[in-house]
Design a protein around this ligand. Structure first.
Ligand code: SF4
Length: 753
């Protein structure tokens, strides 16, 4: 148990710290005098100060020391630009950067990749040189999706990883606590500062029994999303346990953890088990697997009698496949009811496109099971009725399924194999089969289906399901199709029932790594030059935000009072805007353009408080800022749910915003706002949201005595008079310093001087 074991095969100096993790866990267990859950063990094993740290689930802020950081290309640009502005010579922890978000799906894998390399050359060159300069690993475009690469190469049981992407929890499938954060958090860890997280509550999900037939791991999380809704996991880690957890593959567990992001969970995790050993061995990490076995009982599983804050039980014997959507991932409909519900709700019944793959569902097992259904249909002379796309999660998956024949099965069926990248999952899709504005249905094995996410068309009804079910829909071309009960007509006119999917969990011939797409940092990093052109419209070096002026702001206009769901996609849209993720000025032109104005129910149409004219949200914000006027946004529940995108926080700060006042926040967005020096505040009385008129102006009172747990006051000046309402906040002492300094980074830079 004392040996030095490397975290992975790509880095010589990153070691697994089980011994120290266990020492810390023992200290905390003794202090708390109670058994610990598995998630707690990972967290407390990575504390900065196990002796002194206050620990109360749901209350204390933990100061943590993560093992590593992963960034995707869209978020890495701003994270690295921020890291550069802190003036340090190299990153303090192992960091990898993955080029996956900027590749648009158009005609298919190779051509789309070549086009992306051309279009994004400046950004890729910046990331390749900056990672080399500051000692980070770089995964080139075409290598695959961040979470798949992490699972294949870097994840290990008991590790604590942060990643600048909301589906980072995918690595929970290998028993790792992997948490999605904003770029500013990543910068903290890169700079060797402790990373802070409010001690999550633990939601236990007990799995019993065993799945069979058409049911797959995806259905567990689709069902759970229906139970908890999109905010049921907020502030919680989902920890799976029960005899059911040992009945399926590590990649299946990855799918479940991945989509835990859709219920707002901090992360999700499975305890170390045999399937993880098999996956580690299959990906050539025998040493990691052996080492983990030595710590299985003490460190890599929950203590007997561990207590969860709540427990949900799912009986896998009774679980049926689910289809979730449209427009939200928690609208869960079991396949047996889908026909009835789809007709009743008037959802478009023709399935225009079936999309499988993505970081959520592109394992060898997913691909094999989907291919088995296609083979069955093909044996009856059938091809895809819907358009059908396949996104391999990594070059390793693509190469392996190319070798083993599944890829040919997909293309013979009529499928298009897209690049190993995010593509349509993040709106990088040059969709041509329908016109914008046309009502239609698509079904994907992805994780997220908010309005407009996949193709920018608000009329697209996007559903998420297992890849097996998506494939069946693509064969039938109809949302009413239930492959468990409905027959298809073969070419010979005879009716038949599709056979339930089958497929190997891991390739019996081993994985084929495919093309080598990894760039390790060079030995001599002094010679590397990082270029950012001052005339670039893709990249812009950052200037520091101004510190707080010490005054309570008065008479601030409300830029927008947003109505209904305001996700990070509404706040800072993806799709075509992804290309400006490294250029704050340009990307700020998308601020809140997807949010609905409560005053006129329109998107991107707000009234300038001073001129009375209507224009776009970013234009109005700029007009206020240029006249030195601070402004606020008023929002509803779970404001900022969705992704970890810190642009959704950088943009309002850059455009002169002062506070975002809502009924409640999604965790990552709230922290991101704090990091950028903004005030995320919540109405103590939720009804105040309804009382506020978009034409009112507001004061925030109490900032000179701003303190943890002490409410502030919102004074509202409306045409009918002035009234006040209390505002809550979750700032701790250090975060209040960020606000005062103008941003967390300002505080960090000041500390280095
Ligand atoms: Fe990419 Fe979609 Fe996965 Fe995000 S959820 S990493 S956009 S594939």
């Amino acid at each position: 148990r004392d040996s030095q074991v490397k975290q992975n095969l790509l880095e010589d100096k990153s070691f697994i710290n089980y011994k120290q993790n266990l020492e810390y866990v023992d200290i905390v267990r003794q202090r708390l005098g109670r058994p610990l859950t598995y998630a707690e063990k990972i967290l407390y094993g990575h504390l900065e100060d196990p002796h002194g740290q206050e620990i109360e689930r749901g209350v204390s802020y933990l100061k943590l020391n993560p093992d590593r950081v992963a960034c995707q290309d869209a978020t890495a640009q701003m994270a690295i630009l921020q890291f550069m502005s802190a003036g340090l010579p190299e990153v303090a922890k192992p960091v990898t950067v993955h080029c996956d978000h900027l590749i648009q799906a158009q005609v298919g894998g190779e051509k789309d990749l070549a086009r992306a390399c051309d279009l994004n050359k400046e950004v890729y060159d910046f990331l390749a040189t900056a990672t080399a300069k500051y000692n980070m690993g770089f995964w080139k475009p075409g290598s695959g999706i961040i979470h798949q690469i992490v699972l294949e190469n870097y994840a290990f049981p008991g590790a604590l990883l942060i990643g600048t992407d909301s589906h980072t929890p995918n690595a929970g499938g290998l028993g790792q606590l992997a948490i999605g954060v904003g770029g500013a958090d990543a910068v903290d860890v890169m700079s060797n500062l402790a990373w802070e997280l409010k001690a999550p509550k633990i939601l236990g999900v007990k799995l019993t029994g065993r799945m069979s037939g058409w049911t797959s791991p995806k259905d567990i999380i689709l069902k759970l999303a229906g139970i908890t809704t999109v905010k049921g996991g907020t502030g919680k880690i989902v920890e799976y346990f029960g005899d059911g957890v040992d009945t399926f593959s590590a990649t299946g567990m990855g799918t479940i953890c991945n989509m835990g992001a859709e219920i707002g969970a901090t992360t999700s995790v499975f305890p170390f088990n045999k399937s993880m050993v098999e996956y580690l061995n299959a990906t050539n990490r025998h040493q990691v697997a052996e080492f983990a076995q030595l710590y299985k009982k003490d460190l890599l599983s929950a203590d007997e009698g561990a207590e969860y804050d709540e427990v949900i039980e799912i009986d896998l014997n009774k679980l049926e496949p689910y289809v979730n959507g449209p427009f939200t991932p928690d609208l869960a409909t079991p396949i047996s009811k889908l026909k009835e519900v789809a007709v009743e709700k008037n959802w478009p019944l023709e399935v225009k496109v079936g999309l499988i793959g993505s970081c959520t569902n592109s394992s060898y097992e997913d691909m094999s099971r989907s291919a088995s259904i296609i083979k069955d249909a093909a044996a009856h002379g059938l091809k895809a009725k819907s358009l059908f796309t396949v996104t391999p999660g990594s070059e390793q998956i693509r190469a392996t399924i190319a070798r083993d024949g599944q890829l040919d099965t997909f293309t013979e069926f009529g499928g298009i194999v897209l690049a190993n990248a995010c593509g349509p999952c993040i709106g990088q899709w040059d969709r041509r089969d329908i016109k914008k504005g046309e009502k239609n249905t698509i079904v994907s094995s992805y994780n997220r289906n908010f309005t407009s996410r996949n193709d920018g068309n608000p009329e697209t009804h996007s559903f998420v399901a297992s890849p097996e079910l998506v494939t069946a829909f693509a064969i039938a071309g109809d949302l009413r199709f239930n492959p468990m009960t409905d027959k298809l007509k073969g070419k010979d006119g005879k009716e038949f029932l599709l056979q339930p999917p089958t497929g190997e969990g891991l390739p019996s011939g081993g994985y084929d790594p495919g093309e080598n797409t990894y760039q390790a940092p060079p030995k001599d990093r002094n010679q590397v030059e990082v270029k950012v052109s001052p005339t670039s419209d893709r990249l812009q070096l950052l200037s520091a935000f101004k510190p707080w002026d010490g005054k309570d702001p008065q008479n601030m206009p409300i830029l927008i009072k947003s109505l209904g769901k305001t996700t990070t996609d509404h706040i800072s849209m993806a799709g075509p805007w992804l290309k400006y993720r490294g250029h704050l000025e340009n990307i700020s032109n998308n601020y809140m353009i997807g949010a609905i104005n409560a005053e006129n129910k329109k998107a991107n149409c707000v009234k300038n408080h001073y001129t009375g004219e209507y224009s776009g949200v970013p234009e109005t914000a700029r007009a206020y800022r240029d006249q030195g006027i601070k402004w606020v946004v008023i929002g509803g529940e779970n404001f900022g749910e969705g992704s970890s995108r810190e642009h959704a926080a950088l943009e309002p700060r850059y455009l002169g915003g002062f506070a975002i006042i809502t009924r409640s926040f999604a965790r990552i967005h709230e922290t991101n706002l704090k990091k950028q020096g903004l005030l995320p505040l919540t109405f103590h009385e939720p009804a105040a949201y309804d009382k506020i008129n978009p034409e009112d102006t507001v004061d925030i009172i109490g900032l000179s005595e701003f303190a943890p747990g002490k409410p502030l006051t919102l004074r509202i000046h409306s045409s009918s008079g002035t009234w006040e309402t209390p505002l809550d906040h979750t700032f701790n002492k250090e975060q209040i310093e960020w606000f005062k300094a103008g941003s967390a980074l300002n505080k960090l830079a000041a500390a280095k001087k």
